[in-house]
Each structure stands twice: as C-alpha cells, then as structure tokens.
Design a protein around this ligand. Structure first.
Ligand code: AMP
Length: 397
C-alpha cells in the first residue's frame, strides 16, 4: 500500500477537494432502497471535512444519455446528508456556472454534491477539455470509488493526472484487502469460483489458475468442466462448446501446480424452481433427464477440507442455484465454514461480485468475512489480473 498516495499524505486544510464517490445506489420512487454504498464513503467525507477541506462530491448515477431529471443525484444527496448528519449542498451541474458558484460559496468543512457527471457525454470519453473544467473546481483530487476504478473516465481517471491525487479511505481499504488476498497473500491460497457460465469468467479462471494453489469450481460452470471430462450431466446448464476451453484451463492449472477441485457428486432436480424434489447422485449416475443444481454432500466436504488447508480465500460466485431452496445449501454451508475459519484467525477471506454478496448476506456471514467487496465489475477485473486505471493513477509517481 505504500506505493499509493492516501489521505495520510494529503494537505487538505482550506483546500477544495474533488472527491469521486460511488453514489450509484438502488432507488425506487425517488427513495434510496439500499444505502450501503453511501455508508461506505462517509468516513472519507467526514475526515476531509474535519481536516478543514471543502468536500466537493463527484459521482455518476445510472446510464443517462444526456441530462435526464430521472437520473439526478439530488435525492441521493439528500439521503447522504441524512446519513452523514451534516448539510449537503447541491449544484445542478458538475461544471460551468452552477458548479463554480456553489464551490465559491463553500467554507472549510462544507459538503457540496455536484450533479451526475454522466449528464455530459465527455465524462465517459475522458475528454481533456471536460477534465479541465472539472479540475478548475478543485485543488486536490481524492478517489473513493473503487467500484468505478475499472473505467478510465474523466472523474475516475482523467482528474488524477491533473491534480494531486489520493486514495480515499474506502478505496484504500479495498486496495489493501485485495492486495493481501492476491498480490502478496499468505499461502496457500484457495479460490472458490461459481456462477452460471464459464464464458463470462474465462479470464478470471485463467488468471487464478496461474496464481492460486487450489481452485474450487462450482455452480453451473462446473457442469461444463464435468462434461469436458466425459461425465454425463443430463439436462444441466452447460456450455458444451466450451469443453476445449475447460480442458485448457485444467491443463494450465496442472502446469502451474494449482489443484482444480471439481464436484464429485451433485444434487439433481427435474424442475428449476423452489423446493423442487431433489436427490444427490454420484457423477457416474446423474439421471439423463435431471439437472445439477447444487454440489452434493461429498463435494461440500471436499470444499471444506480444501479451506482447512488454506490461509487465504478468494470467493466469487455461488456454488449452486442459490436463489432457489434447497439449492442454496452448498453455498451457505461453505460460506459459513469460511466465516468460522476466519473468526478462528485461520483464514483471510475476501469475497466479491454481485451475486456473491447476496449469497453471503443470505447465509448471514458477510460481516464475518475479512473483506467483502461490493464493487462488481471492478472486483472481477481485479480477479482477472487486469490493471484498473482508476487505481493506477493513484500510485506514487
Ligand atoms: P454469475 O452471475 O455468473 O455469478 O452466476 C450466478 C447464477 O448462477 C445464479 O443465478 C445461480 O442461480 C446460477 N447457478 C449456479 N449454479 C447453477 C446450476 N448448477 N444450474 C443453474 N444455474 C446455476
């Protein structure tokens, strides 16, 4: 982490601080329905304000094509004010006269939220003239939006080249947790990867197979691997045209001394629905008209044993069709086991990705993991071994 500039290195007093945050929260009828993302940026906002900085919030909301009142950040700024417990002013545009006047009126410690950066198409183009207009509003740039760091947009990357740039506390925590899990981890490292398809997680599987000591493959994507090994998988979800790719990943893992842990048994049902009658079968006996919807009991024991051998765990994707009961069983049991090992100080556990966060919440263990990333796309790109432009620009130069 020493290679990143953090708020520890920043002079904030009386400075206009352009703070990029993730306020892209779910809304219904003008109300925020899940404030997790807002809560995560509060520490950085209050620290900058308390150190005498003028906090100028930059964020995108939704995917507007030009200015669209339905995608305004105004109601989000109100929710933010409520959560921070301080007034939050609002400017109707993120550049130009409305923004300039609102910034000029600020005193040290004030908080101002600028309107959705994506009301300007130049934001996503990282347009230099647009970056200049944003930069003119501030003295310092702080990025606290890891979830947007895989995009090289004006407010996530461009500004970092124009102003002294620092990681906010949430960004810092995320980079530190992710570095501990994959860049400089305590070995052995185990990755648990599930989810529907191999095709969406190809880069991720290839990168992990070269980096970790054991790779557990579960969920629908395991069916493709089983099929590639000649196992009859009945009517299970699978990408049969990816069989060669699956075999290539297995070969790459072997070459790199990474143990691939595939299911040895499976829970099979005949309908993709809640409480569908189901039964566990060995791999040599999967019914031709059945669907694999979860790991079987022996596979769950293998996953737990693999976790016993590991010091670090990275997890993305459910091990079965976890939205349907009882096919959430393997995911819940494995997640609880990882949480127990973490609590016992035996495991550093990092998980992320949309469905994964939902699955860990459903298992009631998200709080007990060492770190849970809500970043979605950025988390996946990091697992793929890609450099994130919004993080790179914060490296000490
Ligand atoms: P992903 O978005 O790639 O992480 O995939 C998550 C989805 O995969 C969830 O909706 C799960 O229900 C689904 N899934 C996991 N395992 C299976 C399976 N064995 N059969 C069908 N769908 C599955």
């Amino acid at each position: 982490m020493s290679s990143f500039r953090t708020l520890d290195n920043a002079d904030l007093k009386n400075k206009r601080v352009l703070l990029r945050v993730d306020l892209n929260v779910p809304m219904e009828n003008g109300r925020v329905t899940d404030a997790t993302r807002i809560e995560r940026v509060v520490p950085t906002i209050t620290e900058i304000a308390d150190r005498g900085g003028k906090v100028i919030l930059l964020a995108h909301f939704g995917r507007p094509k030009g200015r669209d009142p339905k995608e305004s950040l105004k109601p989000v700024a109100q929710a933010l004010a409520h959560i921070v417990g301080r007034p939050v002013a609002f400017a109707d545009d993120c550049i130009g006269a409305p923004a300039e006047q609102a910034v000029a009126a600020m005193k040290p410690g004030d908080i101002l939220c600028l309107e959705n950066t994506r009301f300007h198409k130049e934001e996503e183009k990282n347009d230099p003239a647009f970056v200049e207009k944003l930069a003119a509003l501030g003295d310092v740039y702080v990025n606290d939006a890891f979830s947007a760091a895989h995009r090289a947009h004006a407010s996530t990357e461009g500004l970092g080249h124009r102003l002294p740039a620092f990681a906010g506390r949430t960004m810092q925590a995320e980079i530190e947790a992710l570095s501990k899990a994959l860049e400089a981890p305590k070995k052995p490292v185990i990755a648990v990867i599930g989810g529907a398809k191999v095709s969406t997680k190809l880069d991720l599987l290839e990168n992990l197979a070269a980096k970790v000591d054991a790779l557990v493959i579960g969920g629908g994507m395991a069916n493709t691997f089983l099929h590639a090994q000649g196992v009859g998988i009945g009517k299970s979800l699978a990408e049969k045209d990816m069989a060669d790719t699956a075999r290539r990943i297995i070969a790459r893992a072997e070459q790199k001394n990474c143990a691939i842990i595939l299911p040895v048994d499976a829970v099979v049902a005949y309908h993709f629905e809640n409480n569908a009658p189901a039964q566990a079968y060995g791999l040599d006996a999967i019914p031709a008209d059945g669907m694999i919807l979860d790991l079987g009991p022996q596979s769950i024991e293998r996953v737990k044993a693999a976790m016993d051998d590991a010091a670090t765990l990275v997890w993305n994707g459910p091990l079965g069709a976890f939205e349907l009961k009882p096919f959430d069983h393997a995911t819940v049991v494995a997640a609880r086991y990882a949480a127990e090992r973490t609590k016992a100080g035996k495991l550093l556990s990092v998980a992320g990705g949309g469905d994964t966060v939902a699955a860990l919440n459903a298992a009631g263990v998200a709080e007990q993991f060492s770190y849970v990333s809500t970043a979605g796309g950025a988390f996946l790109e990091w697992l793929e071994g890609k450099t994130l432009p919004g993080v790179e620009v914060l490296r000490a130069r």
